[in-house]
Design a protein around this ligand. Structure first.
Ligand SMILES: *[C@@H]1O[C@H](CO)[C@@H](O)[C@H](O)[C@H]1NC(C)=O
Ligand SMILES: *[C@@H]1O[C@H](CO)[C@@H](O)[C@H](O)[C@H]1NC(C)=O
Length: 371
């Protein structure tokens, strides 16, 4: 074990943000709630509390939460995973997903998700994929009573099994159950038979399809001294970053639902590529994102979209086209250079065995921030 010691008094690197506390509460309560069905009534408090703590659930969602509190608790973890990924994917954008984290542990209460922006379509796909992802894994980890490993009895794989001497075995992540619960829990929000609800459900489905298409096959060798006479393989969900990056690419090519489609709700799932006026409307593939409202610039603070504006944002000097460039991020207001200092461990020395002593040094950097 290597320990890191600061010279002088210990210092905390950062304060624990409220989000982390909420997450910890959810995780703690979900651990407890997976046993809830076996517990006497008076001990079921935890799950009921989880269902009440999370704001912005619809009546249908609350019912599902009380019916399956353990799965709902995992679903909330999936939503938080999606918010975290959104912040990563949009870290250099004017709208950077930061408002979703502070407001509530339920991103669906955010102003953006009530709209039909390109950003909204991204969030619907990402949260639906996040819930399916978390549930699929939790099933395989034995955290849920209602599901286990995916039996995969039905699955086939393109490669010839005999030639490669491998068979399905081990514990596959239960994608089917994850997708089913994501549908049940999130599509339940979309009760209105209107255009916006149908677009939201389409985007939810797109996120889940993208997750499905990234499932991985992982294998293990068996046999004398690693001879790999037999390989057993199972299906696993990919790293969620990979799913989020693909959804981000779909965000860039998202299709706007044309005005005439808006008037004719029945053909809503036909979109048209942005900026190409002449091309005929054509059906949107399953993994396309759809939106119907032009996004605001997100340059100025606007409570309606919970946008903080870009003033004060750190930006990158250089090529204009680069994401996060000061030109794009600062909306033409220009930028200022400010000195940012931080304390970092430095001049570390290793002592046998096993300790590392570091000095603490000031690290001064000039950064550009938007005016
Ligand atoms: C996101 O934007 C907000 C508001 O402009 C800002 O306070 C925050 O630091 C930004 N987050 C990142 C990761 O850049
Ligand atoms: C590291 O230690 C050396 C000698 O002790 C000192 O001269 C140097 O300034 C230190 N480096 C930093 C970054 O403080």
């Amino acid at each position: 074990m290597i320990q890191l010691h600061g010279s002088g008094e210990k210092h905390r690197m950062h304060k624990t943000p409220p989000l982390v506390i909420i997450l910890m509460l959810l995780i703690l309560s979900s651990k407890a709630s997976s046993r809830d069905n076996m517990l006497p009534n008076h001990l079921r408090l935890n799950s009921a509390l989880t269902c009440r703590l999370v704001g912005g659930l619809t009546r249908e969602q609350r019912t599902i939460c009380h019916e399956s509190p353990d799965a709902a608790a995992i679903a909330f973890e999936g939503l938080q995973l999606a918010v975290k990924e959104c912040q990563h994917q949009f870290r250099w954008h004017r709208w950077n997903c930061s408002s979703l984290a502070v407001k509530s542990s339920n991103p669906h209460t955010s102003g953006i998700m009530k709209r039909g922006y390109r950003e909204s379509s991204f969030l619907y796909a990402l949260t639906a994929a996040g819930v399916a992802h978390s549930i699929a894994r939790a099933c395989a980890q034995g955290r849920l009573l209602s599901c286990g490993c995916d039996p995969l009895g039905y699955a086939s794989h393109p490669r010839d099994r005999r030639a490669n001497k491998w068979e399905w075995s081990g514990c596959s992540h239960n994608l089917a159950f994850g997708i089913e619960f994501s549908k049940k829990f999130l599509d339940a929000r979309e009760q209105e038979d209107d255009l916006q609800s149908r677009i939201n459900v389409h985007n939810n489905d797109a996120g889940r399809s993208i997750l499905s298409s990234h499932m991985e096959v992982r294998c293990k060798c068996h046999g004398l001294s690693g001879s790999c006479q037999l390989r057993t393989c199972w299906r696993a969900t990919p790293d969620f970053r990979v799913v989020a990056s693909t959804i981000k690419r779909q965000y860039r090519k998202a299709l706007i639902v044309a005005q005439e489609e808006l008037n004719n709700g029945l053909s809503v799932l036909r979109g048209r590529p942005r900026g190409r006026r002449r091309s005929r409307a054509r059906p949107a593939p399953k993994t396309s994102l759809l939106f119907f409202e032009k996004s605001p610039s997100f340059c100025e603070a606007d409570p309606k979209t919970e946008s903080a504006g870009t003033s004060g944002r750190v930006c990158r000097i250089g090529r204009t086209s680069r994401s996060g460039s000061c030109d794009l991020l600062c909306c033409g207001r220009g930028h200022a250079l400010i000195r940012k200092s931080s304390i970092k461990p430095c001049n570390c020395t290793f002592h046998w065995c096993c300790r590392v002593d570091c000095q603490r040094c000031r690290d001064d950097k000039w950064v550009a921030v938007c005016k």
